[in-house]
Each structure stands twice: as structure tokens, then as C-alpha cells.
Design a protein around this ligand. Structure first.
Ligand code: 13P
Length: 247
């Protein structure tokens, strides 16, 4: 049985002071181990969040890092810094990083390899644009994203990767994929993983859905066979997140 993972991606929201306030509102009611609960905060908030979450079961992640170990990379942060500050997880390949910050498949592959090498647990995002959805070529596109990202990743590392399927047209738009649309792609991704590795890896790997998840639609989406929880943007900044965790 795969354990569900419900993660809040705070994106570029919350100062350290606001982080304390939000965690104070959420932590008691999100403190469960029925599902893995994860707050994915801006890197400047990790230390504060770590202190606030001490003694709870809530896990901590951040939204980006650079694949090199250390050195002259002005403005970047390393896996070691993130781990030392108290976070375990990192998001890789979010569509906002691919789109706005021009991260390509090669960069995302290097980051996935580096996350495992340095001991950060990755949440690898994939997902198609509205144009590809309407053209009907979205599955081939997603297959390409997954194959490229997992190049050089061994079986054990693959099992310890979380995949988040986030159709770009559903992010921040209030237009969620239907539970059937989300399930179709999550199942497809599992089949791609099976072809790359084997059935045991495909059965073990966790695949989330992300894109306008809220307290009203979480239960239906997370109840699908191949959907192992969600990556939640806007609704993770509100008390709504409590209801999503307890979907
Ligand atoms: P929204 O839940 O705000 O649509 O964001 C989804 C997302 O991008 C999570 O990573």
C-alpha cells in the first residue's frame, strides 16, 4: 500500500514572520501520520519552519536547489544547505521553473540525479500545456519528460522519487482536471515507470496530482487508484489545507 502524500507548495509566498503565523494555524490539525504531510516553503523560510514544526510529524521541503555541490553559483542554494537547515524534500521541474526560469529537461535530469546523490527527497513535476492537451499529444509529451528526468536514476532512487502530475492549464486557474482526467495520466505515468524499470517500482512509486486542488475536490481526486495525494498551491496557504489533509 502506498502512503498518500499531501504537500503544500507555498510558491513565493510567506515571509519568515508570516511562516510562523501560518504554521501556528495549521500545525496541530495537520499533525497526522495517516498521510505524509509536507510543507514546501521558500528556502529563506526553512529554518523558521523547521523550528515551528519540531515535535510534529509534518515534513519540510523547499522548492528549488542547484545541482552542484558548492562553489561560485551566485544566488543559488545547494542540497547540503537545505538539509542542514532542516528540510528533507525538494520540488524539481515545476512548470513555473520550466516556463519562467527556462529550466530544460537536461537541467531537471541533473537536479534529479543530484537530489538523490546528496540525500534530498525529490518531487519531480511534469505536465502539459493547454495547447498539447487540446492537440491530444499530451501523453507523448509527458512520457518524454519522465524518460528524460529518470535518465541515470537507478531502481532504488526511482522508488524514492515522488512524481507530481500538474497539467499547466489547471495550475492557479481554478480549472481542475476531472478525477478521471487526472487518473488517466497518473496511470499512464505509472506505466511509463513500469516500462523503464519494472512492476515493483511502478507499484511503489508515489504519483501526486496538482492543479487547483481544494477542500471540495481533494477527496474525489485522491480516491483514484493511481493518485497518491496532491501537490497543492493556493489552498495550502489557508486553513482549507487542513481539510485537504483530512480529505
Ligand atoms: P494551485 O493549487 O494554486 O493550482 O497550484 C498548483 C501547483 O502548482 C502546486 O505545485
Amino acid at each position: 500500500m502506498r502512503k498518500k502524500i499531501v504537500a503544500g507548495n507555498w510558491k513565493m509566498n510567506m515571509t519568515p514572520t508570516e511562516t510562523k503565523e501560518l504554521i501556528a494555524k495549521l500545525k496541530d490539525k495537520c499533525n497526522t501520520d495517516e498521510v505524509d504531510v509536507l510543507f514546501v516553503v521558500p528556502s529563506i523560510d526553512v529554518t523558521t519552519a523547521y523550528e515551528c514544526l519540531k515535535g510534529t510529524k509534518i515534513k519540510l521541503g523547499t522548492q528549488n536547489f542547484y545541482f552542484e555541490e558548492k562553489g561560485a553559483y551566485t544566488g543559488e542554494i545547494s542540497a547540503k544547505m537545505i538539509i542542514d537547515a532542516g528540510a528533507e524534500y525538494v520540488i524539481i521541474g515545476h512548470s513555473e521553473r520550466r516556463g519562467i526560469f527556462k529550466e530544460d529537461d537536461e537541467m531537471i535530469n541533473k537536479k534529479l540525479i543530484a537530489s538523490h546523490k546528496f540525500g534530498l527527497k525529490p518531487i519531480l513535476c511534469c505536465g502539459e500545456s493547454l495547447e498539447l492537451r487540446e492537440k491530444g499529444t499530451y501523453k507523448a509529451f509527458i512520457e518524454g519528460q519522465i524518460k528524460s528526468a529518470f535518465n541515470g536514476i537507478d531502481k532504488n532512487q526511482a522508488v524514492n522519487t515522488v512524481i507530481a502530475y500538474e497539467p499547466i492549464w489547471a495550475i492557479g486557474t481554478g480549472k481542475t482536471a476531472t478525477s478521471d482526467e487526472a487518473e488517466e495520466v497518473c496511470k499512464f505515468i505509472r506505466d511509463v515507470i513500469k516500462a523503464l524499470y519494472d512492476e515493483s517500482v511502478a507499484n511503489a512509486i508515489r504519483i501526486q496530482y496538482g492543479g487547483s486542488v481544494n477542500a471540495g475536490n481533494a477527496k474525489e481526486i485522491f480516491s483514484k487508484e493511481d493518485i497518491d495525494g496532491g501537490l497543492v498551491g493556493g489552498a495550502s496557504l489557508k486553513e482549507d489545507f487542513i481539510n485537504i489533509v483530512h480529505y
